[in-house]
Design a protein around this ligand. Structure first.
Ligand code: AMP
Ligand code: GLY
Length: 430
């Protein structure tokens, strides 16, 4: 039977998913709030619609005769889009709303870890009242991470002793309109991501990735959705060993076991600390940018995984080409605090050279593709080593030019990777 896949979402992550689906025998349709020109080019049809409206998504899925759906971003999952598709008889590879709470509700996530004895949970307290949270900041000995309960696009967490002082954290708690909060132990170490395909009780993991959340080089500045990321030519990363990777996988497995019938991607954000691997958070979807590291090296046909998930079959064992990847986002000047969109994007798949080009929040007009106020496009180098992949990504950024755009050129550079290795050695007392 030929499959028709509906992809929901229009970012760089979805462009990577679109390419993986269109490399298979499936027919791809896509819908998103923005017309992503990269996704649109891969798809037989593209509809601009409100992806947090389950009725609109389901109607489009029916119209195109979708036999499967992949929900890319978190907002539609939080809005129950996977539930609506499932109810309409269109299998959604993505968790239902209650299971997506592992991402969308941070107090739930931490309590869930505690109740089920999932290893790696930092010490935490949950609050429904900003005044009580502020009192806790005053009385607590040691640095805390302040986390709003709901989705904030990766920009809501404030870490005392890192980005903010205790006084600034309290102002943030008072002035922001987040009533429900988690205050938790500040974790110090190196972050890494492990994403897994999950369905029918099976977990199939993918290579570890390191994202770079901070806006500016040297990990300075405000948090962003993620400025870029790298993975190595093996499952682990240069600063984590196989044991660390396996600890992360065990945590994902314990989480999947405790969740029961979870389906979709489970994304673990981990911190390798002096006390071992801890969980920063879970996401209920691929990471953006991490999907752009993972999918280009996935040897297994993505469609085969999706069909097995739908059919209730065991998920296939995944193969990966042993290549390192480096992904760098180009973002509008001023992003994330005061982004200036409206610059014409001067790169296309041809001028990107050896790099893969993924479009994100851009606006396609009659005379070209323009930046908006969110991340614009990403370039990905794939090569035998992180250094070689980094050079490919940099060449593509050079071809794109710098007008109106900014990137983190340090991501994946040898000295920056070495700093991570040295940091972990120091934490381990080596
Ligand atoms: P999240 O929105 O949970 O992804 O958090 C965004 C970023 O905040 C993470 O990638 C970390 O860099 C940082 N963060 C979150 N929780 C903690 C924590 N407990 N300790 C230190 N940093 C944290
Ligand atoms: N790269 C982090 C995220 O997708 O949330």
């Amino acid at each position: 039977m030929s499959e028709t896949v509906l992809l929901v979402g229009g970012g760089g992550r979805e462009h990577a998913i679109a390419r993986a689906v269109s490399d298979s025998s499936a027919t791809l349709y896509a819908c998103a709030g923005n017309r992503n020109p990269g996704v649109a080019r891969e798809a037989a049809g593209f509809e601009t619609l409100e992806t947090t409206n389950p009725t609109a998504v389901t109607a489009y899925a029916r119209e195109v005769g979708a036999t499967l759906a992949v929900v890319g971003p978190e907002a539609p999952l939080a809005a129950g889009v996977a539930d609506a598709l499932d109810e309409a008889g269109i299998y959604a590879f993505g968790p239902q709303e209650t299971e997506a709470r592992i991402e969308t509700d941070k107090p739930f996530q931490r309590r869930f870890m505690r109740e089920h004895g999932i290893p790696g949970c930092p010490a935490f307290e949950t609050f429904d009242d900003p005044a009580a949270a502020c009192e806790y900041v005053d009385s607590h000995d040691g640095d805390l991470a302040v986390k709003p309960a709901g989705l904030t696009g990766g920009k809501g967490v404030k870490v005392i002793g890192d980005q903010v002082t205790a006084a600034e954290a309290k102002s943030y708690i008072r002035e922001s309109d987040h009533d429900r909060l988690v205050l938790e132990e500040r974790l110090v170490g190196e972050e890494f991501t492990v994403q897994a395909f999950v369905a029918n009780g099976d977990l199939r993991v993918t290579p570890a990735v390191q994202d770079h959340k901070r806006a500016y080089e040297g990990d300075e500045g405000p948090n962003t959705g993620g400025m870029g990321s790298y993975s190595d030519a093996e499952l682990a990363l240069p600063f984590i060993d196989e044991n660390d990777y396996m600890t992360a996988v065990d945590i994902l497995q314990a989480t999947v076991d405790a969740l029961g019938g979870y389906k979709g991607i489970l994304y673990g954000q981990f911190m390798l600390t002096a006390d071992g691997v801890r969980v920063v958070e879970f996401n209920a979807r691929f990471g953006d940018p991490e999907a752009m590291n993972t999918l280009p090296v996935l040897g297994t046909d993505l469609l085969e995984v999706l069909v097995a998930a739908r059919e209730g079959d065991p998920l296939p064992q995944l193969t990966f080409t042993p290549r390192a990847t480096v992904c760098k986002y180009a973002v509008p000047e001023g992003y994330p605090t005061d982004p200036q969109g409206g610059t014409r994007v001067a790169i296309d798949a041809d001028s990107a050279g050896d790099a893969l080009l993924y479009y994100a929040s851009v606006d396609e007009r009659a005379d070209g593709i323009y930046t908006t106020t969110s991340r614009s496009f990403a370039v990905v180098g794939v090569a035998d080593s992180i250094a070689a992949a980094e050079a490919i990504a940099e060449d593509a950024l050079a071809a794109a030019g710098e007008e109106g755009l900014r990137s983190r050129h340090d991501i994946g550079k040898a000295d920056v990777v070495q700093k991570r290795i040295d940091h972990v050695a120091e934490l381990r007392g080596e």
